[in-house]
Structures are given as C-alpha cells and as structure tokens.
Ligand binder design. Structure first.
Ligand SMILES: [Fe+2]
Ligand SMILES: [Fe+2]
Length: 277
C-alpha cells in the first residue's frame, strides 16, 4: 500500500497548494490513501468544517490535528459527526471526537490512522505511550492492512522514543508540530517507517508559517505584540510517502516529499530509489 502523509497545513495558501497537488500526486505516485495534519488550516489556528470539506474535495482522506485542534471552538460540535477528522488520542476523557479511525479502501483493504500527542514541552495530557499500547492491543497489524501514526510533538527525543516503541507494530510513525522537516526518514529495524517531523505545508519564508516581523518581535520584546498572521508566500507541500508490504503491514520504504515554494524539492519517482529495507 502506498500512503502519503502531509504535515501541518498552515492557512489558506497551504490548503490551496495541497488541494491542487494531491489529486495529481494520487495519480502519479499511485497513492492508495492520503492523510494530512490540519491543525493550522484555519488561518494558522485550528480547523473549521469548511476547511475539512475543502481538504476532502482536494483528495485528503483523513485529517489529523494536534494542540491547536480546538482553536476554532465550533469544531468541538462538528468533530463527533465526522470520523475522518481526528483529534489527539490521549486527550482527557470526555473530549469530543476520536483519536483514531479505521478506514476502508475501495479494494477492501483497511488503514488505521492514529493521532497521538507528545508531552515534553507541550500541555500535560495523558500518556501517549500507554494510549498507543492499549490501542495496538485492540487493533494490531493484521486486523488492519496498515497503521499510520501521526505523533504530534515538540521534542525529537520523545518522537524517536515513540518510533522505536511502535517499531514492528505499526506501518509508520510520522512526526508533526515542529513545522520543519527533518532528514532522518528511515525504516526502523523491525519495519516501521519513521520521520521525526515531516514539516509543514506552508510558506517557509516565515517563522514556522507565520509572518516574520511580528513573530520576531515577540522574541525580541517579550511582549504579546500584534497578532500573528499567516505568511502569504508560496507554500511548500511537505510530507512523506510510505510504501507497505500488504503481507505484513510493515514499511518497505519511506521517501520525503517537498513540492513548491522555498525548499529544495524532493519527490519519490519510480523506480523509487530511496531508503529501502
Ligand atoms: Fe502545527
Ligand atoms: Fe502543533
């Protein structure tokens, strides 16, 4: 199975870049399933029902989120009725929506997508390792054809730990939240594809997606200052493509994907000569 995962979509420009590129990528890369993190889709903060509809129409199958999930409060009333929009699995009991879903492909294979959130330098929430362990006990690989985990977190150490904690039990552990792609994409020893952060979909001529001057002023003055605005230059679509073995559900390969905007492009192209196990 071939999966594309796109990192945090920041604002309208990134939504439009994703919606224009993904249908073509689905064809050219023969993608079976596409997941994107949408926690910053609504002008950098949160996501709305309209944003979800726009991303689904643009070829996204499932949307994950993170610490910004409730920034647009109206999404709390919406998320329970949309199983394709996930919030972090390890939020306190009673949070609306779900932290994972099991989705059928047209050919009958199923994909489980999990959205978990880290704790180091983040809000104190429930233990993501215990939450993953319990979930994978209930839905191990084999009961589903592939499992993709979006691990939303700040610290590379915690994300690496989650990668190895899940190694051999899921198809991929892919990091989000830092909005900058890392160069450590690889298949771990027991067959889980891993990348500490896949980067954002957004304008990189910015401070992690936000216009530079107000973001710099916050650091320089330590005052709240003016409201952060999404940077309006051309977005780079950042993500990773994973190929799994249908017999095991484990990863065969992972390739970084960067398209458009300021970053050097990276695109898996057949015969896909990147990291192979
Ligand atoms: Fe984000
Ligand atoms: Fe985040």
């Amino acid at each position: 199975m071939r999966l594309l995962f796109c990192g945090d979509i920041v604002g309208r420009g990134a939504r439009e870049a994703v919606a224009s590129a993904v249908p073509r990528l689905r064809r050219e890369l023969a993608l079976d399933f596409v997941v994107a993190n949408g926690e910053n889709a609504a002008h950098g903060f949160g996501i709305t029902e309209a944003n979800c509809a726009e991303l689904y129409a643009g070829g996204i199958d499932v949307i994950t989120t993170g610490n910004h999930v409730w920034d647009r409060r109206e999404i709390m009333a919406y998320i329970g009725g949309d199983p394709r929009l996930l919030r972090p699995l390890n939020l306190p009991r009673g949070a609306p929506g779900a932290g994972f879903g099991i989705y059928p492909l047209a050919d009958g294979r199923t994909v489980m997508v999990v959205n978990a959130m880290a704790r180091l330098y983040m809000d104190a929430i429930d233990d993501p390792f215990a939450a993953l362990d319990e979930l994978l006990g209930e839905h191990p690989l084999g009961t589903v054809a592939a499992i993709l985990v979006d691990f939303h977190g700040e610290a590379s150490s915690e994300k690496a730990a989650m990668g190895y904690f899940c190694d051999g039990r899921v198809s991929a552990v892919l990091g989000t939240h830092c909005h900058v792609p890392t160069a450590d994409h690889r298949v771990l020893p027991k067959g889980t594809a891993y990348m500490t952060d896949v980067g954002m979909c957004g304008d990189y001529e910015s401070v992690i997606g936000m216009a530079k001057a107000p973001a710099i002023a916050r650091f320089v003055t330590k005052l709240p200052g003016e409201r952060l605005e999404v940077a309006s230059g051309e977005a780079t679509l950042c993500g990773a493509v994973i190929e799994t073995d249908d017999a095991t559900g484990l990863a065969v390969a992972i390739w970084p994907l960067r398209l458009g905007g300021k970053l050097d492009p990276a695109l898996p192209r057949p015969p896909f000569a990147a990291t192979r196990r």
